[in-house]
Design a protein around this ligand. Structure first.
Ligand SMILES: Cc1cc2nc3c(=O)[nH]c(=O)nc-3n(C[C@H](O)[C@H](O)[C@H](O)COP(=O)(O)OP(=O)(O)OC[C@H]3O[C@@H](n4cnc5c(N)ncnc54)[C@H](O)[C@@H]3O)c2cc1C
Length: 415
């Protein structure tokens, strides 16, 4: 067991969107010697997950989505361990990370989620999820390979199969990926002098629509169509094998590529630890964002499910929710340690910002809708704000510099 600290130790598991914010804000709010903050993250980097679709479509180089955690926590009273958490003992208040025990007084679980394949036959085996850097690289390499083989293929049926790219699930991640993919495919077609009608992008969505705000959805739909993407709504994927996707409308799509952005489930450690979970294996939490029945154990971000008390429905997981929850938990912990009155978390959403390829975006800021270039501009502003939150001007400059990292295209796409 590690040295037990005299002061209360807050152990944060995961340094993604929620965990990093929780640790940084807690450090900002606390006084010297008031608490000890320890963060454990599997990787040495903070993944800019909101830009992952750009890395998966060769828009930015892989390095552009990685920020060094050491750099983020530089000059902060935060202890960082780059280790994989494999166990959590809630009774004895310790976790196991890369074989070592780390004790805690308060635990903040921010381990994120995993792709949910909903037990759809063949999905886990053949679909390509988009959640990690490795996923993004796999998708990029796979699409490039299919494209290069496809344009040289003489068998018409096989050619169509190779040059049909399917996106499963068109929520925020799926829409952003599909539109960015369309722009990449346009570049590839131009580079290899391939006609527009030889490549297809199809987006399949089980719901009737792709979001809740009608004008925003209408706009996103218009952009999808303009980019030549065929959206299919109210249709679920029933099964998949290595070259066919079978859908609930009885139709099939012959394709070797299904990028899956159709849903998330909680991290496997949540259920393994014995926490109460919903049907998506995300932890159920109380009004203080504590795991049901476990005082002092907070679960935030994609790892938990927060119910909106006004609607009785779960909030849609997003970076904004993760940040709000992290902010709340930091304030809550400080109040708790200082024995101040506690208030419950009130979920709220101030807006939405999604990109629709390189030039367009759709954002809602309070009651204002920003569509097209201005929507994209606002999306970029949210990214700059995020960099600022991670470390002020230093991270803004670093983050923007990283975005100029070379991509594979066009040098590596040459035959
Ligand atoms: C492609 C894509 C685009 C998206 N676009 C948007 C968008 O435009 N707007 C929006 O609001 N939301 C968007 N989202 C959703 C948003 O990214 C998530 O809701 C958010 O990242 C959740 O934050 P989190 O901290 O819970 O999880 P994460 O950010 O995933 O962080 C989890 C952390 O835990 C670490 N970890 C996992 N397992 C272990 C382990 N065993 N041991 C140690 N560390 C571990 C991981 O390395 C990671 O650092 C997008 C998601 C994707 C995939």
């Amino acid at each position: 067991m590690d040295n037990v600290s005299e002061i209360p130790r807050v152990l944060v598991l995961g340094a993604g969107v929620a965990g990093t914010r929780a640790a940084l804000y807690l450090e900002e709010l606390s006084q010297k010697g008031e608490i000890e903050i320890v963060v454990v993250n599997e990787k040495y980097y903070h993944l800019l997950i909101l830009n992952l679709h750009e890395a998966a479509t060769d828009r930015i180089g892989a390095k552009a989505v990685l920020l060094s955690l050491e750099e983020i926590f530089r000059d902060k009273n935060i202890i960082l361990h780059c280790a994989k958490v494999t166990g959590i003992n809630l009774n004895e208040k310790y976790v196991i990370a890369s074989g070592k025990k780390i004790s805690y007084d308060f635990l903040v679980i921010a381990l994120g989620g995993k792709a949910n394949f909903y037990n759809i036959p063949g999905l886990a085996e053949y679909a390509l999820p988009l959640r990690t850097l490795k996923d993004a690289e796999t998708i990029k390499d796979h699409i490039l390979e299919m494209f290069k083989f496809g344009i040289k293929e003489h068998d018409v049926k096989k050619k169509k199969e190779l040059l049909t790219f399917v996106v499963g699930g068109i929520g925020a991640a799926g829409t952003q990926f599909a539109t960015e993919l369309a722009d990449w495919i346009t570049d590839l077609r131009t580079h290899y002098d391939v006609s527009q009608d030889s490549v297809r992008i199809v987006a399949v969505e089980a719901m009737e629509t792709m979001g809740i705000d009608r004008p925003l959805v209408r706009y996103a739909y218009k952009i999808l169509k303009e980019k030549g993407i065929k959206p299919i709504f109210s249709t679920s994927i029933q099964s998949i094998d290595n070259h066919t996707i079978y859908m609930s409308n009885g139709k099939k799509i012959h394709s070797r590529t299904l990028v899956w952005t159709g849903g998330i489930k909680g991290h496997e450690l949540i259920e393994k630890t014995g926490l109460q979970v919903n049907h998506q294996k995300r932890a159920k939490v109380n009004g203080y964002l504590e795991a049901e029945g476990h005082e002092g154990v907070f679960v935030i971000g994609d790892a938990s499910v927060v119910i909106n008390p006004e609607t009785g429905k779960p909030m849609i997981p997003s970076a904004q929710m993760a940040l709000n929850e992290a902010t709340y938990v930091a304030e809550h912990l400080i109040s708790r340690i200082r024995k101040k009155p506690l208030y419950e978390y009130k979920p709220h959403r101030r807006g939405v910002a999604i990109s629709l390829g390189r030039k367009d975006g759709a954002s809602i800021v309070y009651q204002f809708r920003l569509l097209g270039r201005i929507g994209k501009f606002f999306k970029i502003l949210t990214e700059i704000r995020y960099f600022y939150m991670l470390g002020g001007l230093r991270q803004i400059i670093g983050g923007l510099r990283l975005r100029s990292h070379k991509t594979y295209f066009p040098s590596s796409t040459k035959t």
